[in-house]
Design a protein. Structure first.
Length: 462
C-alpha cells in the first residue's frame, strides 16, 4: 500500500489532540469493531445493489402529511441517500430542459466547460428554467420535508432549519460516451474535518471510541464548523464548496438507467464516516494482516486523502482499501425525469465513470442549505451574483478575466415566484416576528437581515 504524504509539523499536534489519553484504548478497540462491521455491511450492499438506495414517490410523502413514510425515513437515516420520484411532471421538465439548452447555445461563453471538467458541467446558474425549478412549489415543500430529518438540541443554536439559503450550483448535460475522472469523494472540505475545532466536534464520538452512537443528523456543532479554511487559495479547487449544505442533490432532467452517467454512492453514512475520520489514526496496516494488530499513530502528520484546499478523495486501493469499492459503491436506481436525489453531505459519492446509455444524462444541482452563520456569506454572494448576473464565488474564481467579462447568467428577479424564494436569494429580509421561533432562529434571522443591509458579515465563534 502507498504511504500517505506528510502534511507538515503542525498537523502532528492536530492529530495528537484528537484522542485523549484515557480514550486511546477505547478508540483502538472501536476501530477493530468498525472494520469487522464494514465487511458485514458491504456484503449486504453488494447483494442488494442499486435497490439498497431507498426510493419513495412524492405522492406518498404528500399523503403522509408531507413527511417521509417511517420505513423510508429509517433507511434514509442509515444509508444517507434517497430518491424521490415524480416530484415534477414530465412536460414541465421537458420545457425547462429545452429552455436550458437554448440558453447554453446562445450564451456559449457563459455555458462553457469549467475546471476541472470531469463530465459536462456547465457554468450556468441563474437562468429562467433553473430559477423556476428551484422555487417550484413541490421543490420548496420537499426541501422542508428533508429539513425535518435534521435537528439541534440547543435552542440558542444559530441555525434555522425552517429557512433555505440558495447556493448557486451548475448544471450537467452529459452525452453518451462522455467519460468522467472524479473518484469517490466528499465535497465539504477535507483536512478541515480534523483541523477546525467546531468541525472536529461533530465527530467527537469517533474519538471517544463510541462511533455506534454518532448522530449524522445532529447539527449543534456542525452549524459552526469552518469547512473552508483555505479560501485564500487562488488556484481552482477540486470539489470545494463554501456553503454549509446538509444535503446535496439534483433534479433529473432525463430518463437514465443505472450506470448511464448518473450517481454512485457508498450508502452507509455512519460506518463510512467513522472509517474516514479514524483512518488517519490507523493508516498503517499491520504486516500480519490481522485486524487485532492495528496500532494507533499519533506521531505523524499523515491524513490519507486530505489536502488543504480540496475535497476529500477516496482513490481506489490507494489509502482506503477497507472501503472495498467494488462491493460497497452502487449506482442509484433507474432515474426518471422529475425525480430528485438527495445525499448527505458526508456521504462518499462519485459519478459513473462511463455513460453507456443512448441519450443525455442531465440534472439541475440543488442543495439543502439552512440559514446559519456560514450561510449568511452564501446568502450575500447569491444576492450579489444574481443581481450582477455573474457566477457565484466558488465558480467565478475559476474563470479567466476574459471569461468574467463575457459571462451572462440570464438572472431576472421576475423569475423568482414567491417571498420564500426571494428570501433564500437574499432579495428580501427574513421574518423575525414569528412567536414560534427559538432564540437561535430569531437571532440568526436578525444577523442575516443586518448583513443584507450592510452587504458584509464577519462571525467569530466563541
Amino acid at each position: 500500500m502507498p504511504i500517505p504524504p506528510d502534511l507538515g509539523p503542525r498537523f502532528i499536534e492536530i492529530k495528537k489532540s484528537l484522542v485523549a489519553p484515557a480514550n486511546r484504548d477505547k478508540v483502538t478497540a472501536s476501530w477493530k469493531r468498525l472494520l469487522r462491521q464494514l465487511s458485514t455491511e458491504f456484503t449486504e450492499i453488494n447483494a442488494q445493489g442499486s435497490s439498497y438506495v431507498p426510493t419513495v414517490d412524492w405522492n406518498k410523502i404528500v399523503q403522509n402529511n408531507y413527511q417521509l413514510p417511517r420505513d423510508v425515513e429509517e433507511k434514509f437515516k442509515q444509508r444517507g441517500v434517497i430518491m424521490v420520484e415524480n416530484l415534477i411532471d414530465v412536460p414541465q421538465i421537458d420545457l425547462w430542459f429545452n429552455q436550458l439548452v437554448d440558453f447554453c447555445k446562445t450564451h456559449h461563453q457563459t455555458a462553457g466547460y469549467t475546471y476541472p471538467n470531469p463530465t459536462s458541467w456547465y457554468n450556468v446558474f441563474w437562468t429562467k428554467p433553473q430559477t423556476e425549478a428551484r422555487f417550484h412549489p413541490n421543490m420548496q415543500k420537499l426541501m422542508s420535508v428533508m429539513a425535518k430529518q435534521f435537528h439541534v438540541c440547543d435552542p440558542d443554536c444559530l441555525l434555522d432549519l425552517n429557512t433555505q439559503v440558495t447556493y448557486g450550483d451548475r448544471i450537467r448535460i452529459r452525452y453518451p460516451g462522455a467519460a468522467a475522472a472524479l473518484p469517490l469523494h466528499l465535497d465539504s472540505s477535507s483536512i478541515e474535518r480534523w483541523e477546525d475545532e467546531s468541525y472536529r466536534a461533530v465527530y467527537k464520538e469517533f474519538f471517544e471510541g463510541d462511533w455506534e452512537n454518532w448522530d449524522p443528523f445532529k447539527l449543534d456543532d456542525r452549524t459552526y464548523a469552518n469547512e473552508n479554511l483555505y479560501h485564500d487559495f487562488t488556484e481552482a479547487r477540486d470539489t470545494i464548496c463554501s456553503s454549509f449544505r446538509t444535503l446535496q442533490g439534483w433534479l433529473a432532467l432525463s430518463d437514465n438507467r443505472t450506470g448511464e452517467g448518473t450517481l454512485r454512492v457508498l450508502p452507509n453514512i455512519k460506518l463510512t464516516v467513522a472509517y474516514i475520520m479514524l483512518r488517519p489514526l490507523f493508516w498503517k496496516d499491520p504486516e500480519s494482516g490481522n485486524i487485532d494488530d492495528y496500532e494507533m499513530d499519533l506521531e505523524t502528520s499523515k491524513f490519507p486523502g486530505a489536502k488543504p484546499s480540496t475535497g476529500q478523495l477516496y482513490i481506489p486501493d490507494e489509502f482506503f482499501h477497507h472501503l472495498n469499492q467494488a462491493k460497497s459503491v452502487v449506482g442509484i436506481p433507474d432515474v426518471k425525469k422529475g425525480s430528485f436525489v438527495f445525499w448527505h453531505a458526508d456521504l462518499p459519492h462519485e459519478v459513473d465513470k462511463n455513460h453507456n446509455g443512448n441519450s443525455h444524462s442531465s440534472v439541475f444541482y440543488y442543495a439543502q442549505s439552512p440559514l446559519s452563520v456560514a450561510n449568511i456569506n452564501t446568502l450575500l454572494d447569491t444576492k450579489n451574483s444574481f443581481i450582477g448576473n455573474v457566477s457565484p464565488i466558488d465558480y467565478r474564481t475559476q474563470l479567466s478575466p476574459e471569461q468574467m467579462e463575457q459571462e451572462f447568467q440570464g438572472a431576472d428577479r421576475s423569475h423568482v415566484p414567491n417571498n420564500e424564494g426571494l428570501r433564500s436569494m437574499g432579495l428580501m429580509p427574513f421574518d423575525t416576528s414569528d412567536p414560534s421561533l427559538t432564540t437561535g432562529q430569531r437571532k440568526i434571522r436578525e444577523m442575516a437581515n443586518e448583513a443584507l443591509k450592510t452587504n458584509k458579515f464577519v462571525y467569530e465563534h466563541a
